[in-house]
Design a binder for this molecule. Structure first.
Ligand code: ATP
Ligand code: MG
Length: 399
């Protein structure tokens, strides 16, 4: 087996080998090479300790990214490679982090600490594929299987529960029955994991091509791991199907999942996952706009865009499409027709400014008058032209 491997990567393994250390590609990149997919990055594992690596890799730029865990980042041919000393993890007394890491001389020990068989293979040009746990067989069978006893492995590190679902979704693999049974048993322990790590795995799960079936099959795992989702109850299947249609936009897929709970609960879910404020607002605004009702015609589209803005309107339409809402098509055409029409949706687009409204006292009344004119112009009741707008203002309080 001869995989196509970047020259910069081979330069690092060959240098380590020439100094008497062994060095292999490991983990996700080996899995992807075996599947015939180009890896997005290459991780290396070596018998050299970090100090030995630094001495062996003179001439390369080396960054001490995680020296306590035995990891250095090596720049080679313009790309970064993470190189980690063979290690075994100490006890996981908190279910999240090993108490310490211990370097080992054994590649097999290093592979044994990894999460799933398909992620526990190593490769070098010299030795070929090193696969002590049947990763290749599981790749052919399209199976996610824990290395060793699944209950123990999920107890050690609860994040692996979500990683199993994530890989099942992104690879389109099933989860081996013993591993799957352990997922259900240990799902509640995921709550001990930091919200940020839960969020990252959840978003990757939602980006996967098989997210719909994973969400449906592992509903109770997700309810236990992310209790904010549990109130969905029987609404889950529908929400999961909608989310699966938004896999190209995982944050919006998460909004789709939360949508039956309402805009406030959507915001609360995003906050509980420590999502940035912008994403939280985007999600809750899309849910709120969809709940307000998509516009059915051009003049409703005007008011909808004034209220929510174009970006939120687009997201609301995407949610409606994902939910197979019969009004999605009309809403989308109405929004498109409005944008095409050139009518104003914001005060900045309006043909008059506050200063033009000399007849109205400056202050809140003027702002109110501007807003009213904007709504009239957006819904087509008056042209967006200075004279027409001022005439309308003169004619009476625009309603
Ligand atoms: P991706 O293609 O998404 O990067 P990956 O398999 O490379 O997938 P990473 O999260 O980058 O996943 O981790 C790299 C490797 O480290 C994994 O393939 C696995 O061998 C090991 N690993 C990562 N996280 C864990 C964990 N929580 N428990 C055990 N092993 C892990
Ligand atoms: Mg990776």
């Amino acid at each position: 087996m001869d995989f196509p491997i970047p020259a910069g990567c081979l330069a690092v393994t060959e240098r380590l080998a020439s100094r008497g250390y062994s060095a292999y590609l490991v983990g996700g990149c080996v899995r992807d090479l075996c599947r015939g997919v180009e890896p997005h990055d290459y991780d290396l594992t070596t018998s050299a300790t970090p100090d030995e690596m630094k001495r062996a890799l003179t001439g390369f730029r080396v960054i001490e990214t995680g020296i306590a865990h035995g990891t250095l980042t090596v720049l080679s041919d313009g790309r970064p490679y993470e190189v980690t000393t063979y290690r075994v993890d100490g006890d996981y007394s908190d279910g999240r982090h090993p108490d310490g890491v211990v370097f080992t001389a054994s590649l097999e020990e290093d592979l044994r600490r990894r999460d799933f068989t398909v992620n526990a293979m190593a490769y070098s040009r010299a030795d070929g594929l090193i696969d002590p746990f049947g990763g290749q067989a599981d790749l052919s069978a399209r199976l996610i299987r824990a290395v060793g006893d699944p209950d123990r492995r999920f107890t050690e590190d609860s994040l692996r529960v979500l990683r199993a679902l994530r890989f099942s979704s992104t690879l389109g693999f099933s989860i081996e029955p013993n591993t799957a049974a352990a997922l259900f048993r240990l799902a509640p322990s995921v709550r001990r994991v930091s919200p940020e790590r839960i969020r990252e795995e959840l978003l990757k799960l939602l980006s996967g091509k098989a997210s719909g079936s994973v969400l449906q099959t592992y509903r109770d795992v997700l309810f236990a791991a992310v209790p904010a989702l549990a109130p969905l109850g029987d609404g889950w299947d529908n929400a999961a199907s909608a989310a699966s249609r938004l896999s190209s936009d995982p944050p919006l897929a998460l909004a789709a999942l939360a949508r039956p709970l309402g805009a406030d609960a959507t915001a609360a879910l995003f906050r509980s996952l420590r999502t940035d404020r912008k994403s939280e607002r985007r999600a809750s605004a899309a849910v709120a706009a969809y709940a307000a009702g998509l516009p059915a015609d051009l003049s409703c589209a005007g008011l909808f865009l004034v209220d929510f803005g174009a970006a939120v309107a687009r997201d609301a339409v995407a949610l409606a499409r994902a939910y197979r809402d019969p009004g999605a098509e009309a809403g989308e055409s109405a929004v498109a027709a409005f944008i095409e029409s050139g009518r104003p949706a914001t005060l900045a687009d309006l043909a008059v400014r506050g200063n033009d409204l000399v007849a109205v006292p400056a202050g809140p009344a003027r702002k109110e008058a501007l807003d009213a004119l904007l709504r009239l112009a957006a819904s087509g009741k008056v042209d967006n032209e200075r004279e027409a707008l001022l005439a309308r203002l003169k004619a009476g309080k625009p309603e």
